[in-house]
Design a protein around this ligand. Structure first.
Ligand code: THU
Length: 138
């Protein structure tokens, strides 16, 4: 799957966003090393704190189904009624979840306004000096 296709899937996943409180809709599409794609959307809650971001939804779906190695994630987010999107950058908690499963030098994060218009970062760029499983090895 190429970048444009992955972004298209993220934009589709955004339509499933459950965000009645913020009305900020986010979709994600996570590409595994084997070429599978897991989607996610943000899922809010009346108690606010249990809210899950689109990115973590995608990661937790993937891991719970046995996928642990990833190449890239596309993320698209913005207000429900927006006609155009600005880039939506993943929150710190989601970056830390990425750090658990992804190589920070090679994992690609695509922040999309549209299929044609996106910015690309590595995890290392978005989470410099991140703390991950390797740090526990001493
Ligand atoms: N949100 C995400 O799902 N991903 C991001 O990258 C940023 C924020 C969600 C959480 C909440 O439901 C809404 O967007 C507003 O913060």
């Amino acid at each position: 799957m190429n970048d444009k296709e992955l972004i298209r899937v993220a934009l589709q996943a955004r339509n499933n966003s459950y965000s009645p409180y913020s009305r900020f809709q986010v979709g994600a599409a996570l590409l595994t090393s084997r070429g599978l794609v897991y989607t996610g959307c943000n899922i809010e809650n009346a108690a606010y704190a249990p809210t899950n971001c689109a990115e973590r939804t995608a990661f937790f779906k993937a891991v719970s189904e046995g996928s642990y190695e990833f190449q890239a994630i596309a993320i698209a987010g913005g207000p429900k009624d927006a006609t155009t999107l600005a880039i939506c950058s993943p929150c710190g908690v989601c970056r830390q979840v990425m750090m658990e499963f992804c190589n920070p030098k090679t994992f690609r994060i695509l922040l999309a306004k549209s299929e044609e218009d996106y910015e690309e970062f590595t995890l290392e760029q978005l989470l410099p000096l991140g703390f991950g499983p390797k740090n526990l090895e001493g």
